[in-house]
Design a protein around this ligand. Structure first.
Ligand code: PLP
Length: 536
């Protein structure tokens, strides 16, 4: 058993009201009984510092390239973007993974709560999925859908069974961006309309077309990418202009007051009012589509007022548009209550796009739609060499089986609810935790300067917490376009709105947590900036 904590004692937090026990120790690593893991060397550890459980899995000895050489190659032979997006001032050099654990090249063990950006849905190298991949690799690596082969059909039948009628027609791709590109194309072909609306702050991909859907300056380039793409105000009931204490479908509500009479939601009405303004001013009377994630992922685990999607779908359909649920992050049981995020909003979209968790990290995506919408795609010919590749299908098929056998949706629900509840207790106690939200294991913790202003915690503070959490052996993600762009624009010298480089970390006001696979864990943010993680 070993202990993990994160401490923050940066000068930029002097203004914060709470006083804390500031641990000055740094993480140290050691190697007991052959298995490598890390233990914090804390000068004054509290008696109840939680402990990480042992792990019986022994990673192979690392015999690869040196860290220095990898970094040299990264600088010289990889596009500078690779360097720019590298997480952490002291990056993590990953060697091996097993279920919820990752080991670095020095044998340090990390609990991977970020799961390769919300992707490794059943666990790193899950034995059952690995066996399915190996079996298919020995039989047939590749052919395309111009031929007929069983893995594609076994998988599409299985995937279709997870979706309600009339969402039964599937096109397989290799990524979420590709899936959203196709969905946009199909929506335009089917409706004969062109204009598409998304939510401000959303991320739907980085391809030239999806860059138009994405509504986050950090991911935009000054090229013609967004023709016909518009956005409406994100109904963020914590940071947005309207919100109360009963708006969202989560065990945890905002700290904002609510004066809505029983059964009504003023915030929802106001955000729908914003959408109506977009209809009145920015798009023609007939539109092609509305895209939204059931819970906004990259944008910071933002949850909308309960009826927002239902009301929006109605308005969009009245204008001839189709409604598209981007389930790239929310799909495959991550929200706990349902297998698909849209089911938590009591809506049925006309199209669903998915990727990430679909194949536990093997590149894959899909667009699922109705027979009518799919038929309009047949006007021309679309071909995708790798989409629906036999290995991808065999893996994705095994992922669906594994999710059922391991009960991952129930785990997401149970562990997520517990985690949200514990995090909310910390939010009530500490000034810098502004909001805790989400469902299942799509959880966001919004860090703020103070609760009154709800302004983002400064980048330096976020960066230090983020780095410390990693040094203590826990990998989490960060997002929250609104906070990060605002912060980074304040301090940037000109070129990059994100300021991402190993020396000047991108920071934001969120810590996003993702799937824990099969281990039950709890995270407790302890006094001040001590983010203590415990596991059992
Ligand atoms: C909601 C959402 N949609 C689409 C994408 C794009 O997926 P990909 O990176 O596989 O192209 C992402 C990626 O983070 C995403 O979070």
């Amino acid at each position: 058993m070993h202990k993990v904590f994160s401490r923050f004692n940066g000068p930029c937090l002097d203004r914060v009201k709470d006083t804390y026990n500031v641990f000055t120790g740094l993480a140290k690593f050691h190697r007991p009984s052959g298995a490598l893991f890390q233990k914090s060397a804390v000068k004054h550890p509290p008696p109840d510092l939680p402990e990480m459980p042992p792990c019986s899995f022994n990673p192979e000895e690392y015999k690869g390239m040196s860290k220095e050489r990898m970094m040299e190659i990264r600088r010289q032979n990889c596009n500078p973007m690779t360097m720019k997006v590298t997480y952490y001032k002291k990056p993590v050099y990953i060697h091996q993974g097993h279920m919820q654990w990752l080991w670095d090249v020095d044998g340090r063990r990390y609990l991977d709560l970020f799961a390769g950006v919300a992707t490794v849905s059943v666990g790193h190298c899950h034995p059952k999925v690995t066996a399915a991949a190996e079996k298919q690799l020995r039989k047939l690596w590749h052919t395309t859908n111009i031929y007929v082969y069983s893995p594609l059909h076994e998988y599409t039948e299985k995937l279709a069974a997870t979706l309600p009628d009339p969402l039964k027609v599937i096109y397989l791709t290799n990524s979420g961006s590709e899936a959203n590109d196709l969905a946009m194309l199909m929506a335009r072909l089917h409706t004969g309309n062109f204009d598409v609306i998304t939510l401000r702050g959303s991320y739907h991909g980085g391809s030239p077309h999806t860059m138009g859907l994405t509504s986050n300056a950090a991911y935009k380039y000054p090229v013609a990418s967004g023709l016909g793409c518009h956005n409406t105000m994100c109904p963020d009931v914590f940071a947005g202009p309207w919100g109360g204490s009963n708006c969202r479908d989560s065990p945890i509500q905002t700290i904002r007051d609510c004066s809505c009479p029983q059964g009504s939601c003023t915030a929802n009405d106001k955000y729908i009012g914003q959408l109506n303004e977009v209809f009145a001013t920015s798009v023609p009377s007939r539109i092609a589509a509305f895209f939204a994630e059931p819970i906004m992922g990259v944008g910071g685990a933002v949850q909308y007022p309960k009826n927002f999607l239902k009301d929006t779908y109605k308005l969009v359909r009245e204008r001839g548009g189709v409604c598209i649920a981007d389930e790239v992050q929310t799909g495959f049981g991550r929200t706990g209550s349902h297998f698909w995020g849209f089911q938590g909003h009591d809506v049925i979209p006309d199209m669903v796009t998915m990727a990430k968790g679909i194949a536990n990290g093997f590149p894959m995506g899909a667009v699922v739609t109705t027979p009518e919408i799919a038929a309009s795609f047949a006007q021309g010919v679309h071909f995708n060499t790798f989409g629906g590749n036999p290995v991808a299908c065999a893996i994705a098929s095994s992922v669906l089986d594994t999710m059922e056998e391991d009960g991952t949706q129930q785990i997401s629900h149970d562990v997520g609810t517990y985690l949200l509840t514990e995090l909310a207790k910390m939010r009530d106690k500490y000034e810098i935790i502004g909001d805790v939200r989400g469902k299942g294991l799509q959880i966001g913790v919004e860090m703020v300067k103070d609760k009154a202003s709800r302004k983002p915690l400064p980048p330096a503070a976020m960066s230090e917490i983020f780095e410390d959490t990693k040094d203590m052996g826990v990998l989490i993600g960060k997002g929250g376009v609104y906070g990060q762009v605002r912060e980074c624009m304040d301090r940037r010298s000109g070129s990059s709105p994100l300021c991402v480089s190993p020396g000047t970390m991108q920071t934001s006001s969120w810590l996003c947590l993702t799937r824990p696979f099969t281990t039950t864990w709890k995270i407790i943010i302890r006094p001040g900036f001590h983010l203590v993680t415990s596991f059992r």
